[in-house]
Design a protein around this ligand. Sequence first.
Ligand code: PLP
Length: 395
Amino acid sequence: MSGYKESLETSIVVASTRGHGERKTGAVNVPIYLSSTFHQESFDEFGPYDYSRSGNPTRDALEKTIAELEGGTRGLAFASGLAAISSAFMLLSAGDHIVITEDVYGGTFRFVTEVLPRIGIKHTFVDFTDLESVASAIRSNTKLIYIETPSNPCLGITDINRIVELAKANNCLTFLDNTFMTPLYQRPLDLGVDVVLHSATKFLSGHSDIIAGLAVTKDEELGKRLAFLQNSFGAILGAQDSFSLIQGIKTLSVRFEKSADSAQQIAAYLNNHTLVEEVYYPGLTSHPGYEIHAQQATNPGAVLSFRLPTQAIAKAFVESVQIPVFAVSLGGVESILSHPAQMSHAAMPKSEREKRGITDGLLRFSVGLENVDDLIADFDQALLVAAKLIEKVGI
Ligand SMILES: Cc1ncc(COP(=O)(O)O)c(C=O)c1O
């Protein structure tokens, strides 16, 4: 034993090229196996692949890569982040109850509130920064505690260790949506989480070109149950998108590190601007989750949210910026500005949104790879336009 431990940056490249790449030819890019079915050499002994819903060599390479990067034993690739999340919820049965963070992605909120109750699975939303409330929400039929940290869009931080402790004491599974961190910056399985979920549409793929989801488990038995659900539910990722996602993962560390450095500077800039009422970014020491995040993750990431006084001012700002695209989604090479109240969280009723701080003046910013000084200059001129609007019509 040399005692040498490979860094995540190295693992990313090795796992996605040599680790699980093409072994017969040595190609550093895994081939795209566009085949729905596979010829069997023997009448009664089948090879490793029979039908691409159940298993495809390109998807396999991706699944092995994400399992290795998250420190798991089984990775599974789905047609979208929500397909991964909803398939994982199928581990539950009628009569079960979920305790879930109230600061959760709007699509997860929609599935938990509008689909699961129809099949007899109930839920309680709780503020996960208040551990006593989490403990008192657990019932005898609670089977799952669902975490998203940092959360979308207010970057709320949950203490993963403490929630895992509570879950284990009550025989509950834990799921964690790791979309905002990726395994580069946070590895929940190492902290005892049972299922890690990703919208791989975001930083993992990184080019705003595919919709994809991933789930990873450490426990082999749980991995088998989830693989069974993946095949039964059938929402698998196709071979071409699996290939694109592997290519995206290869450059994750350089993309994400540059974007996160810029995010830190932009958060500091916004935090000092008089028109900005609040900045949500776990890299600011003023963020209530700053210390917990620093213990469980290695970087605050590349997404921040900030509150302008009203929707009209947010609109003036969005209409004045030149560089970012105004769009749903995050984690691309291009900076993406979004308005959660009308976009990612439109599925949540206004009263629920406001309880969570998702006001009409809140904007979310996913920092891309543009020059950070250009981004700050662009924000500066757009905030000036917004300030002039206030001078003219008031708040
Ligand atoms: C934190 C988080 N989880 C899950 C999802 C859903 O993923 P997808 O859009 O890939 O289905 C999103 C999408 O925005 C997200 O931001």
